[in-house]
Each structure stands twice: as C-alpha cells, then as structure tokens.
Design a protein around this ligand. Sequence first.
Ligand code: 73E
Length: 829
Amino acid sequence: RGGETRVGVENMFGLMDRFLKSDPSSLQKDILDHVEYTVARSRFSFDDFEAYQALAHSVRDRLIERWHDTQLHFKKKDPKRIYFLSMEFLMGRSLSNSAINLGIRDQYADALKELGFEFEVLAEQEGDAALGNGGLARLSACQMDSLATMDYPAWGYGLRYQYGLFRQVILDGYQHEQPDYWLNFGNPWEIERVHVTYPVKFYGTVEDENFNGGKRKVWLPGETVEAVAYDNPIPGHGTRNTITLRLWAAKPSDQIDMESYNTGDYINAVVNRQRAETISSVLFPDDRSYQGKELRLKQQYFFVSASLQDIIRRFKDSHSNFDDFHEKVALQLNDTHPSLAIAEVMRVLVDEEHLDWNRAWDIVCKIFSFTTHTVLPEGLEKVPVDLLESLLPRHLQIIYDINFDYIEELKKKIGLDYDRLSRMSIVEDGAIKSIRMANLAIVCSHTVNGVSRVHSELLKTRVFKDFYELWPHKFDYKTNGVTQRRWIVVSNPSLSALISKWLGTEAWIRDVDLLAGLQEQAANADLHEEWRMVRKVNKMRLAEYIEAMSGVKVSVSAMFDVQIKRIHEYKRQLLNILGIVHRYDCIKNMEKSDRTKVVPRVCIIGGKAAPGYEIARKIIKLCNAVAEKINNDPDVGDLLKLVFIPDYNVSVAELVIPGADLSQHISTAGHEASGTGSMKFLMNGCLLLATEDGSTVEIIEEIGKDNMFLFGAKMHEVPALREKGPALKVPLQFARVVRMVRDGYFGFQDYFESLCDKVEGGNDFYLLGYDFQSYLEAQAAADKAFVDQEKWTRMSILSTAGSGRFSSDRTIEEYAEKTWGIEPCRCPF
Ligand code: 73E
C-alpha cells in the first residue's frame, strides 16, 4: 500500500467540529443516509430490521471517531498496556449499550420517533454475539466495559467464531442444538482489517542449525494459516475512550502450495486451502470438560500466535529492543485456555529475536498473570504430549526446557521429595503423557488469582496447595464483578432512572459505590411505591415474554422465582425442580381452605446443557415434564406455574433479571468458583436464595444474612457428609419426591431412572438429599417475607444499595493496581 497521510494529533483535536453531530436532525439524516447507501434500501420504504441496520451503522460511525482518537492518544502516550487474552467473550447485543455509553441514546430515540420508529423495538432486532459459554465469557465482556470506562489502555484478544454457542430448541421437552450462524445478517459492530493479518504456523519439524559458532533450533512448519483481524470498538461510559476487542478469523494463507497447483489438481488445491477456515469456525460448547481435541488446541494456538505477533509488532513500532517490554506489556491469561502464549513468547524471543534463553525467561516471568476459574482438579486442562508434538513441536521442546530448569530449581528448594516434584511438574507422566496447562501458567506467571475469596482459599489449601506453599506471594483473589452499565442502565432503564432520581445524580453509573446512598431511603414510603411500580412493569414485560415463548399465562402478583444459568449437576437445578415437585404435592394434598395461604409462585428455569452432558439434558427434560403436569392441572391454577425458558442467552437475561423477585444460586458449597449471575440479580433488587458458596459469601458481608435466604451444608462440612455415603440421613419428603419421578408421575419413567439414581443410595455427590430440608425452609422463609410487601421492598432496595462491591469497575481497578501495574490514559475530549 502507499504511504499514509497523517494529521498531527494536536491538529486533529482542533478539527473536532468536523466530527459527526448528534442533534436529532443530524441523526435522522445519518440514519436515512445509511438506509439508502449502506443498507441499500429506499429511504421511503424500509422495515424494522433495515432501520436497525442503518441505526447501528450510524452509532458505529460515532464509535469509530472516538476509537480512532483513543488509539492515536494511546500511541502518542505509549503507556503500559494490558492485553486480555480470552477464548470467549459473551458480548450479547451492542446497540443500546453503545448508544448509552456514547451518551446519545435519548437523542437517537427522539430522532427515530419522528421517523416513525421506536428505539427499543429496533434494538430487539439485533441478534446476540454469543462467542462464549457462560460466566467466564460474560465476565470478559463486563471487564472490557469497565476497562474502557475507566480509561485503561487495554486490548481484548479472542476468536471470531463463525458459529457461536448453539441455539437451544426444546422439542417435546428435550434439548436440541442448532448452529448459531450469527453473521448471516452482517455484523455492523466489527471492522474487518484486511491489512492486519498474520501467518500462523502448525506442524512440521524442528531442526538444528549452525549459528554464531553454536547450534540453534529452527522450526520448519508444515502448514500456514492466515489470521485476519476483526476489530470491535468498545466504548467507555462518560469518556471518549473506546478500546479494541480484536478477534481473529482464519483464512487460507496467501502462500500458494505450488505442488498441488502444478500437479493440475486445481479444484482440490482450492478446497484444501479453504479448510483453513475451520479453525475459527465453531465455539466448543463445553464449559468444563477438556477433551484433548486437536481442533481446540489449534484454536488456542491460532489466537495466541496472532495476538502475540500483533502485540510485539506494536511494541517494536516504538522500541528498538526488548529492554522495556515488561514496562509496556502486561498479558492476562483468562484461565489456562491461552497459556500456550507462554511458550510462544519464549519461542519468538529466543528463535526469532535471538535473545538468549535466560533473558527471554526473565521477561516472561514479568509479563504474565493468570486467572483460574476452576474449583476441581479434574477441571484443569491437560494437553496430550503426542498431540502437542505433532501440532507444535517447537513449543513442546520449549515447555520441556522450561520444566527442566524449573524442576532443577525446585529440587534445590524442596529437596528430593519425588511425590511432590511429580505433582508439581508441568509434565504429567502416566498412561497418556500430558502437559498440565495450569502448572505451566502458575510457574510462568507473577500472579495467580482466584475469582472470589473462598475460591482462592480452595486454591491455596487444595487445588494448588503445593504451589502456594512454594510461592505464597504469587497468590491472591479478585472477586468477580459485573458492569452496572449493562446490567442496570441498559437492561433496566426504569430502575436506572429511579435510582438517579433518588440519589439526585447519575454519577453512580461510573461510581457504583454511590448506590449505597439508597440505604438511607430504604424505609421511605414514597420510594417504596415507585420501586414497586418499576418492579411490576418489569414483571409484566417478563410475563408477556413467557406467554409468547411457552404459551403459559402467568400472574404478575405471584412471586417470580428464577434460576437461569448453565445446567450442571453442581448448580443443582434438580434440587430446584424437586422442590417444585414438593410444593405441587403439598398443594395437591392440602385442604381447599388452606390454599388461600399459599403464596403463588411462577418458577422460571433456563439454561443450556453441553451437548454431550447426558444428565444435564435429562434435567431439562424433567423440568419440562414437571411443567407440563403442573401447568395443565386446573386444581393448582395460579398457585404454581413452572416455565422453562428456551435458548437462555445474554439478551434473555437482560429481560428476565429485572423481572425476578427471587433468584436461586444453590450450588453445593465449595463448587462455584464465584458466580456472577447473583450479582446481576442483586443490582436489580432481586432477593437471593442461596448457599454459602463462591461470591455469595461476600454478598452476605455486604447486605447481611437477614437480607437473603440462606440454606445448606457449609463448605467445610461437605467432605465429611460425602464420606457417610448411604448412611447419610435424608428427609422423607426428599425420598417421596424422587419416588414420584421414579414411578412415572411425570411420565418418561425409564428415561428419568438414571437421574434418580444420581441422588439416591449413596450416590448423592452433590448432597441434594441432605440439603433438601433446609432448602424447603429457606423457600418457606421467602414465602413469608413476600407476603409482607413492605419488608420485601425494603430488602429489595437494600440489595441494590449493597451491590456496589460487585461492579466489575472495582475488580478491574484491583487488577490494574495490584497485578498489571497500569494507569488510566484518558483521551482528551
Ligand atoms: O463460578 C464461575 C465463575 O463465576 C465459573 O464456573 C466460570 O467462571 C465464572 C467467572 O469467573 C467458569 N467457566 C469455566 N470455568 N469456570 C470454563 C471452563 C472451560 C471453558 C469455558 C468456561
């Protein structure tokens, strides 16, 4: 390409008035221009979807301006940057979030009104960007929002999957998966960077080469795939700063395989090239089990290699050697998924930049930090050595070399304790020799963090005990948080307006601690009335959605009781369903006169099961079978309804959370590393029914035990309870509800048998039976509180007021200060 013309940064800010205007008539003109020229529809005739597209492009134009300014500003200031590497980002929809963060949502709404459109209706046209599975991926998205808002010089790096998380379709109550080809209708939120591409290499051999009188290793790769950058601008709120989420797509390399072309097999040569694209084609839908699949490893290296080439290129643009690399670059590993980055940095520095090994190692040890989201040792990624050797032979050698040096050092420190040495080794010997990615990440990172305080305690005392004893200073915790911009301002605009009114300021949107100011008003009758009104409107919206999705009519005066999250045995959706069966059974066996005392409930469950996870699939079917029975029982009517919400995703969460009265976070204690759903509900004034697990322990500290409904075995009790096996006492009611399922009361007797076996006869690993009694008591306490609407409303206000600590702004500030050593770099207005 020819040279670029650059306008000096100072001059550029002088040209500010040249930028796009945001008064209603300019916005209208813009939208209509995009209808005509971008969407290519007549400005006199276009539908909601086309209007959405035009609107999105108009917002995007404004994003791009700020984004360019931010990038230029970063370039000029050259601050230390944080590079956040994650295989998953669950961004959901972008329109409302972007318009709000840009501060021009209301202007757009006004402009659209005159054109005959409603902003919210158009926002509904957007599909979700679902490039992730669950909590980990949504956490990445929340953290990007906080990084932008707090002016940090940050980049997110990940993969641009063509197929996001599968769409869940429920047929006859069973989950079916359909591909999520989300790019079908175009994606206005990304910018394809045809000139930002890097070759990524795989396979081949490693040879020795003479160099400077000695030998060195050279990797002769066997396959090259091109990585193309797609940039997603992420706007901050109340700032011009707009940072980049750069996602990589795989394309065939330009390097032509002359061999196949020359043999005349042109068609096959092209078809083979095209296969390169499969690397970024699909997101793996498992959020816990690793399977040693080659494609998964290829995805990991693909995005790591492209990202590092990009990062090193950016560094080299303004630095002539690597002396300052660690002063300018911080790399965050979001779980072990990107931990090949460690070996890749070593390879680039040693093999390509010709630094000596020790110097490269010194740099590596200063730049990486590692967040683990896992609780169980079985959840840790292991890569079979054979697989790594064939795909990335040089990286395997490097990992072996790192391990050799490290084990030698370790021997000096702990002596020849072979058990411990083998536990701590990066290489696991065994039937299948493999690389323990977590050990690699811990050895090479300066900081290792868990995602809640109790999670970190588990890491120190169990999962990574050996490492903690060796390097206590490396370990800390950063309790997760969620962004109030998405989870209050975007998803619950009426609550947002109410909060601003009562606090007398909108400043809480950037400074969430101000929410605590609501505490003083928690007993104010006027606030109560307005609060209840907002909640009721949100419930009506949710009730309409439920009716549209499932045909079930629900009463908004009932308590809306919600559990939405991935389906997992440890998250115990089964406990919830069995509790509902118990409630149903009680209503059925009650004197008619007693029924007036029952607090009406609408139980809402939603979530996806990993396609290969049979038990989770059965839980979904059971939920639907129980729902079928209850919802069609005229005897029960509005006293109890059960709804399974299909295809749970970010935009469904945005609708459901504001309408929930009660939400359940009921994992067996010691199993949820953190949990972030609870924080979203808390912010929205929903009361929690929960076990003392993960971040709930910290929520209790903020809002108090009396402000929620707690139950269940404590973390330290769990191992001993499990030991008891079949001798563990289980309440009769539990045996009774399981029997109902076993006996085919809800049909599908054979199909549910294995599910029942999982919680009876000493197999009840997640302690459903043991916790059942206290679960029912917590539910009864919730019923009792709900009847007292004054009390409930006060608890609800106090929940929102106490949610400040669970903002991702707080989390990000902790990372920035304690782990990354970065400072805000604010783009001038
Ligand atoms: O407790 C949650 C936590 O809140 C944890 O289960 C989840 O991460 C959340 C954010 O910290 C999580 N996801 C994964 N591991 N832990 C995971 C593992 C493999 C693939 C995708 C996701």
